[in-house]
Design a protein around this ligand. Structure first.
Ligand SMILES: [Mn+2]
Length: 186
């Protein structure tokens, strides 16, 4: 089993390189344009969880690479867990020609609103979200939408039910993300 650390530090760069040069389709896991901790964690961990050598998945962060530094809660948590997002995809990497037929899973939003990547909306196959539904339901798109405090709760439920061997730092990543958005009832 590929740990999250190994996936992010090695595997992601390999898939990225291969997929940019030839016809090697990838499924993208895309968070929302605020790029908050919930979106980043869901996109990174769900891509890691679904990835296999035969069917590659990559996280696509919905902002530019240089703007990661502005997301202090993401940077702090990555530092604590010694994880790097150097090799994942950002808006800088968008290539409409190569990505034209790539499938997309949306996390933490349910409609692509950013102009640069609007062409990907027709490729959405699955959605995990906790916001109000902005798109028409269709039989081609599987939608998991619950009005919970954070999308990472939905992703955590899926991952923990499908993999009982999630390593400790990945568990922390998921659990801390949920904690950031947990609003206690008054
Ligand atoms: Mn969220």
């Amino acid at each position: 089993m590929l740990t999250l650390d190994k996936y992010l530090s090695g595997e992601v760069a390999v898939i990225k390189k291969r997929s940019s040069s030839e016809a090697h389709p990838v499924t993208l896991v895309l968070g929302n344009e605020s790029g908050d901790l919930d979106s980043v964690v869901c996109s990174v961990i769900l891509a890691w969880h679904l990835h296999s050598a035969e069917k590659p998945f990559l996280p696509l962060l919905n902002f530019y690479r240089n703007d990661l530094a502005l997301r202090s809660e993401v940077v702090t948590l990555l530092g604590e867990l010694q994880l790097s997002l150097e090799h994942v995809l950002y808006l800088d990497d968008v290539d409409a020609e190569v990505w034209g037929d790539w499938s997309v899973i949306l996390v933490d939003h349910n409609l692509i609103n950013v102009d640069t990547i609007k062409f990907l909306d027709k490729n959405v196959i699955e959605i995990y979200d906790h916001h109000v539904l902005e798109r028409q339901r269709s039989s081609n798109v599987k939608i998991i939408l619950e009005r919970v405090g954070s999308c990472s709760t939905l992703v955590a439920e899926k991952i923990f039910s499908e993999n009982s061997n999630v390593d400790v730092s990945t568990q922390f990543f998921l659990i801390l993300s949920q904690h950031c958005y947990y609003v206690p009832k008054p």
